[in-house]
Write a new protein. Structure first.
Length: 427
């Protein structure tokens, strides 16, 4: 078959599918957490190593991924990212066959490395396709489809992974040793088929992008900064430093809440819902973010981004306070509704964090992307809290995260000239 160059609309469609795919893969961690917790009889802190490994990869692999894109270009970078992610998905098969938690974490690291490369390559590439004036529209569409992936994955794949009923620690302890081992093996094996299908889908996408080539562009990859600005210069800007912290706590808070959702709403005092059905409510949490992204994009045309960000962050603080101090369906729906208000936070914080930086913008963007590592650390800290004071009270940690975002929106996000020598950032 001869290699054909895709039209621009077809290329945008392919890239949108890629955005959908990595959204689905990221959200499946929320299903893996209760699943592997049961398989290996772990506490919450140990289980949160799943998110620590996955989101820690962004911090470790973002700079190497940038170098790959610099050498290979955006198109080949996308293909390499898909292949690496496919290898990570394939590693779930031997991890479940053993079963080995360490091998599961290795598989997640490889999978996340591929997704990191996709983030670095696909985000700027989609902005190159078509009219530059509509670049933000294309990115918004791609991000909305990313949210669609996070919405559908728990609904479609979650019940397959959690097909074997999850037993509590007490119920598992009452089983004879042979039955305990059989139970853990059955739980572990339930991830093999879904991730084999995921690997196959990723390989097909990579083959499609290779055979039907993405449109050629003069790719402005990282070829050195002619002005030789340094990260130290960028960090002299207060709103960049505080913005990186805002990204850190936002991603950490969002991921921590999603990570605990299944265990939390299946609790008899909260939702009293079987774990296999609780995955559908995780889909509502992420689906709220998708709906809120469309609504929020309209609101941002009419209202000041700082005030709207502050309002949304305060709404999350109120919802968290409600879920901490209540039980039953009030507590359950309060935590699920947070997804709706998470919607505008990442793009708004990111935009405010790079405001007015001129030639320093690219380096500031790199720092903000690295701050996604908050998704690795904050869920782990919340896991430690949950082991000591319970899951419900542990939501006090996200309360602090969103309270900081509200402060950043009104005060910390306003550009202030560096106290040290002024950096001529504008061209």
């Amino acid at each position: 078959m001869s290699r054909r160059t895709l039209s621009t609309p077809a290329a945008i469609a392919v890239l949108s599918i890629i955005f959908f795919t990595w959204g689905a893969l990221t959200c499946l961690n929320d299903v893996l957490i209760p699943h592997l917790k049961a398989v290996f009889a772990m506490n919450y802190a140990q289980t949160m190593l799943i998110q620590f490994t996955f989101f820690g990869t962004y911090f470790v692999m973002s700079i190497p991924s940038g170098r790959v894109v610099a050498v290979a270009g955006y198109k080949l970078g996308i293909i390499i990212g898909l292949l690496v992610a496919a290898v990570g998905a394939l590693l779930f098969y031997p991890a479940a066959a053993v079963p080995s938690y360490a091998l599961f974490l290795l598989a997640l690291f490889v999978l996340a490395s591929g997704i990191t490369l996709l983030q670095v390559a696909a985000n700027p590439y989609i902005s190159l396709l078509g009219d530059p004036s509509s670049a933000s529209s294309r990115l918004t569409l791609a991000q909305a489809l990313n949210s669609l992936g996070t919405t559908l994955a728990p609904w479609l794949v979650g019940p397959v992974i959690l097909a074997v009923a999850v037993l509590g620690a007490d119920a598992l302890a009452r089983l004879p040793p042979a039955q305990q081992e059989a139970y853990r093996i059955a739980q572990a094996h339930s991830v093999q088929t879904p991730y084999l299908w995921i690997a196959a889908a990723l390989l097909l996408l990579a083959a499609f992008v290779w055979v039907f080539r993405l449109p050629p562009h003069s790719e402005a990859t990282e070829q050195g900064d002619p002005q030789r600005h340094t990260y130290r210069e960028v960090l002299q800007h207060r709103h960049v430093r505080l913005g990186a912290l805002a990204i850190f706590v936002y991603v950490g808070g969002e991921v921590a809440i999603g990570s605990f959702l299944i265990n939390y709403i299946s609790d008899p005092r909260i939702g009293d819902i079987p774990v296999v059905h609780a995955t559908r409510y995780v889909a509502l949490y992420w689906g709220g973010a998708m709906v809120g992204r469309f609504v929020g994009s309209l609101l941002l045309w009419r209202f000041d981004p700082r005030r709207l960000l502050c309002l949304f962050a305060l709404a999350v603080v109120v919802l968290l306070a409600t879920t901490i101090t209540s039980t039953g369906h009030v507590a359950m729906w309060s935590i699920i509704a947070i997804g709706l208000f998470n919607s505008i936070m990442f793009p708004t914080i990111f935009t405010l964090g790079i405001e007015g930086l001129g030639r320093l913008t690219s380096k500031a963007s790199s720092l903000l992307v690295m701050a996604i590592v908050g998704g690795a650390l904050i869920p782990y800290l919340q896991g430690l809290l949950a082991d000591h004071i319970g899951v419900q009270l542990a939501f006090m940690l996200p309360v602090l995260c969103y309270a900081y975002i509200a402060w950043y929106a009104l005060r910390g996000s306003r550009p202030v000239e560096p106290r040290a020598r002024a950096v001529a950032a504008a061209p």
